[in-house]
Design a protein around this ligand. Structure first.
Ligand code: GDP
Ligand code: IMO
Ligand code: MG
Length: 421
């Protein structure tokens, strides 16, 4: 029986999933997103061109790959239609390769307003949401009020839209929040016409039949394990299951169909938005990571918080996902650091923890081991053996502590800047 392989983020998002999916796609016939929505920003760089994808899977640039937006995804028609247009302008044939689940939920203009109103009301304890309406849309999904992609084909679509909008306007009247959705709403309805013109499918049936017939499918995660709604740093998380378990609910595949689980991590850590980040740096080292790593949000442009690699969080993510292979990104950003720190434990109160605890709002003092830097430019390395010894020691330290092989190493943003072991 053919299984589905999975690529997902092991940290707080932006690990480089877009690049890795693009690199791995030639080994697959189809790529499928299973959760999240336009809060994601997945960057691909090749042939001196750069693209940032929000809703469309990162397999879209390879000529014969089918790209599926699964039922677990939430879709803003305006953003999806904009992405299709931009790709078509760049000469990418999107429509013949893109399929969308009828069960995926729609983000309404008023969902975006509810997201913004809720964040404003939270004041200094705000989540730092991307303001794309993600939380309110998933709330309507589990609250059984949502509108789904398949509903755009129904005669009752407009009346159901109006009913949900009125419900939202009622909720919004409880906030001290000014808004005007008229312009966005007009674009939203234009974009619904684009959605109607796409291949709308029962993706659970299509994906399972693909697997039955030996078609190779890769699932593309969004966000990261530490933003998972259950196991992340709640409440500073997103609203979906970002872990491997989300593949089952977000595509309709059974657990025993999960194959390789590729867990992507940066050689350091970043986080955008609020919430606990035990190894965060507030000094020149953190600034250097941000400057060299160009750590600014792909979706919102916000500066990303930077810090040392956190093995406690990484081991937790390995455990939750059943990661079979690790992929290390952005080691090149650490070129020239004299020494590197890696967090192997948390000091909380008087106690030393080697696991990720429930309570993350208490002060956590990271316990570090120091490793030698590699003092060399690794960007041009294409074979593992050619890496400096100190770099290999860093990789092997991670393998030893997680028990998982590091199968791919990325040394730059371009598709070509990749070392496959
Ligand atoms: P995603 O959301 O996981 O797809 O990641 P993002 O695209 O939001 O952020 C990753 C950023 O790092 C993008 O700007 C990529 O172009 C860039 N990037 C990916 N891999 C590497 C790498 O190995 N080295 C460097 N320097 N940049 C990388
Ligand atoms: P990709 O797929 C990094 C963060 C937001 C905020 C929290 C909740 O590019 O890795 P939401 O809009 O989901 O309600 O925001 O989650 N967040 C991300 N951070 N990468 C992402 O996606 C993210 N998607 C959401 O910054 O802290
Ligand atoms: Mg991103």
């Amino acid at each position: 029986m053919k299984q589905i392989d999975v690529v997902l983020g092991m940290q707080w998002g932006d690990e480089g999933k877009g690049k890795v999916v693009d690199v791995l796609t030639p080994r697959y016939d189809a790529v499928a997103r299973f959760q999240g929505g336009p809060n994601a920003g997945h960057t691909l760089i090749f042939d001196d061109k750069k693209f940032v994808l929000h809703t469309i899977p990162s397999g879209i640039f390879r000529p014969s790959t089918v790209n599926i937006i699964g039922n677990g995804v939430v879709i803003d028609p305006v953003i999806l239609a904009g992405e299709i247009l931009r790709l078509e302008e760049a000469g990418v044939d999107v429509r013949s390769k893109l399929l969308v689940s009828k069960r995926a939920h729609l983000i309404l203009p008023t969902h975006r307003m509810l997201d913004a109103a809720s964040e404003q009301a939270k004041g200094s304890s705000k989540i730092g949401s991307t303001l794309k309406g993600i939380g309110p849309t998933y709330m309507d999904k589990t609250g059984r009020n949502g509108l789904r992609v398949g509903d755009v084909l129904s005669d009752e679509f407009l009346s159901r839209y109006e009913a949900l909008k009125q419900k939202h306007l009622g909720l919004l009247s409880g906030y001290d929040f000014e808004f005007d959705i008229s312009e966005y709403e007009a674009r939203w309805f234009d974009s619904i016409d684009v959605v109607r013109s796409l291949g709308l499918i029962e993706s659970e049936r299509v994906v399972n039949e693909m697997l039955d017939s030996g078609t190779r499918v890769l699932a593309e995660g969004a966000q990261g394990s530490m933003l998972d709604v259950d196991f992340g740093t709640y409440p500073f998380v997103t609203s979906s299951t970002t872990l491997c378990a989300g593949v089952c609910t977000g595509l309709g595949v059974a657990p025993h169909r999960i194959g390789e689980v590729y867990g992507i991590f940066k050689a350091y850590c970043t986080r955008v938005g609020s919430g606990p980040f035990p190894t965060e740096l507030f000094d020149g080292d953190g600034e250097r990571m941000r400057d060299i790593g160009l750590e600014y949000g792909s979706t919102t442009g916000r500066p990303r918080r930077c810090g040392w690699l956190d093995m406690v969080a990484l081991k937790y993510a390995v455990q939750m996902n059943g990661t079979t292979r690790l992929i290390m990104m952005k080691g090149d950003v650490l070129n020239g650091f004299e020494t590197l720190k890696v967090c192997t434990g948390y000091q909380v109160g008087g106690e030393v923890l080697d696991y990720f605890p429930f309570e993350t709002n208490e002060p956590i003092e990271p316990i570090y081991v120091e490793l030698a830097g590699w003092n060399a430019d690794i960007s041009d390395v294409r074979k593992y053996d050619d890496f400096p010894e100190a770099f290999k020691a860093y990789v092997e330290f991670i393998e030893e502590h997680t028990g998982v092989p590091v199968a791919i190493i990325s040394v730059g943003p371009d598709r070509e800047e990749t070392v496959i072991r």
